[in-house]
Design a binder for this molecule. Structure first.
Ligand code: ATP
Length: 261
């Protein structure tokens, strides 16, 4: 059964530090927590994260700059090792971080699909169908035969999303890149993600846009200084996030301690 789970997970980045102590920023909302241990400096980017994601979940991550969304996605993906806690998963994980890993900006959309298909060991017989599906979904038209480097950010988001969702993944992890797409793309993406989770897939999307998360996700967690400050429906999480930005919601939400999403 497809699942991905973090238990009491934490990530500390070791950093070089020579600057003086400037104290906390306004409201102390930005970034993780800087601390010293044995004369070395670290940024605690994730702390005590409990997430148990099961089949059919579409989870959004929301939070200020530096609150830990990208670190959490990379931890879920297994790209970053944990400093504490455990990660277990079953299923094939694919990521869409800023762009598709392995893409060559000098090659056309079509050439990239052919290359990436080989990289992902796609059955060559499937490539024509995948190409047709991507052309249809992205609506790139003649741009499909131009180098991907000539695409706008939103066009690249369309291309990357269409390619990743055409592969047979169980868990999709998507960062801010999705926010570059327009409304039409988000509504097409929503339908595709619905189908993906209906057949048992898991999706985690990080975005600053509550509109994007409302369109793509059914649940959300609010990250704050590397911790889960709130978890619940997307509208409730958005309201909590907005209130916390204006000082109306402080401290971790008690429900955040429940490993459910
Ligand atoms: N390579 C790194 N080395 C040291 N610290 C890092 C590194 N990457 C991230 N951090 C720190 O980890 C914390 C979390 O960063 P992360 O990129 O996960 O946040 P984010 O929520 O994705 O931010 P944003 O919304 O700005 O993209 C921040 O304090 C950041 O300074």
């Amino acid at each position: 059964m497809t699942h991905i789970e973090l238990t009491k997970a934490g990530v500390d980045y070791p950093v070089m530090r020579s600057g003086r102590d400037r104290g906390r920023g306004v409201g102390d909302l930005l970034g993780g927590t800087i601390f010293k241990m044995e004369s070395r400096t670290f940024v605690r980017a994730l702390d005590n994260i409990n997430l148990d994601l099961r089949e059919g979940v579409r989870l959004g991550l929301i939070g200020n700059n530096g609150s830990g969304k990208s670190t959490l996605l990379r931890t879920l993906a297994g790209i970053l090792p944990l400093s504490r806690g455990t990660r277990t998963y079953s299923g094939k994980i694919l990521t869409l971080f800023s762009t598709v890993a392995g893409i060559d900006l000098r090659l056309t959309g079509l050439e990239n699909v052919q290359r990436l298909a080989a990289l992902h060991q796609l059955d060559p017989k499937r490539i024509p169908d995948v190409v047709e599906d991507i052309v249809d979904f992205t609506e790139l038209g003649d741009f499909f035969d131009l180098p991907v480097g000539t695409y706008s950010a939103g066009m690249r988001a369309r291309f990357g999303f269409a390619f990743m969702t055409a592969l047979e993944a169980d868990i999709l992890l998507i960062d801010e890149v999705i926010g570059a797409g327009d409304k039409r793309f988000h509504s097409k993406a929503e339908k595709r993600l619905e189908t993906f989770t209906a057949s048992g897939g898991i999706i985690v999307v990080a975005s600053h846009s509550t509109a994007v998360l409302s369109a793509l996700c059914t649940r959300a967690v609010v990250m704050r200084k590397g911790r889960i400050a709130f978890r619940g429906s997307v509208p409730k999480a958005s309201a909590f996030f907005t209130a916390s930005e204006t000082g109306g919601a402080t401290g971790d939400d008690p429900s955040a301690e429940q490993p459910a999403a």
